[in-house]
Design a protein around this ligand. Sequence first.
Ligand SMILES: Cc1ncc(COP(=O)(O)O)c(C=O)c1O
Length: 342
Amino acid sequence: MEIVDLRSDTVTHPTPAMREAMYRAEVGDDVFGDDPTVNRLEEMAAQRLGKEAALFVASGTMGNLVALLTHCGRGDQAVVGDHSHTFLFEQGGMAGLGGIMPWPVPNQPDGTLRLDDIEKSIRPENVHFARTRLICLENTHNVCDGTPLTADYTAQVARLAHSHGLRLHIDGARIFNAATALGVDVRDLVREADSVMFCLSKGLCAPVGSLLCGDAAFIQEARRVRKVVGGGMRQAGILAAAGIVALEQVVPRLAEDHERARQLAAGLAEIPSIQVAPVSTNILYFSLTNTAKTPEQVVEGLAERGILLLGRENGRFRAVTHYWIDDEGIERTVQAMREIMA
Ligand SMILES: Cc1ncc(COP(=O)(O)O)c(C=O)c1O
């Protein structure tokens, strides 16, 4: 039985073209700046995002951590969404490793932070207060239904940050999904941000890696920080080669994943007792209403039928579409849910 793995877009295996590119990759010692494939990926990433420079890092968590450690010093305050990945799922690395105080602000259902709330979180100069240095946004917002943040909203936050002498970092783990869903160039979504991290190893299918982008001085400093957190990689061109294929070949097809997420949402919405959240990218949440079925029964029933998805503690289920999910996988999932809920 072929497995339909909807747990996350991080489960994606490299495409055949990626494996070929990895096999053939020209490599060198990247800590010396000698790996031509890493250098090419970093140049491509910077160019795609409209930034001066980029840095290849091992993961999204490392990219966000390096950004925070570069922007902030010990005792500084970083404003984050209370549902953000950085706040909830990165082990509090900014505090543990950087002595940075996260200041959570409520995420609205669409993933935004209200400008008023951000403004209130910025502490004035006072001997009692931590110094606010950074505002972080997440685009698309994973927990908030995979919603994309618009260019206009992001620009407003950037202007607010800059008017107070602060910086804006974007956790753009799925920023290309956001650009695809909004029908804009990805540069428009990050134009006024001071740094942005995006992942190659989610919907873009590469096996490992993320890129941190920003101006040349920021990336030069971030390169030092990456080294001290153990992220100086040597012949990393083997990995970067897959990233180049991701940008060239996988980004242009992300709309297919969004379309399949919509098909899945439409199929599930017809089943009694299933409530489907709005879907705008490749992430779909749903929950059960008025049923004796438990989330565990649903997850197990699906697993017996070769379908994997995540049941969360709050009773919500998450299904994520990606390169390796085809139309048949969507049909099988809807049919399996019909049987389980019958
Ligand atoms: C929005 C967001 N940011 C950051 C990360 C961290 O990425 P990684 O798993 O590569 O550390 C994730 C991972 O799922 C994510 O969804």
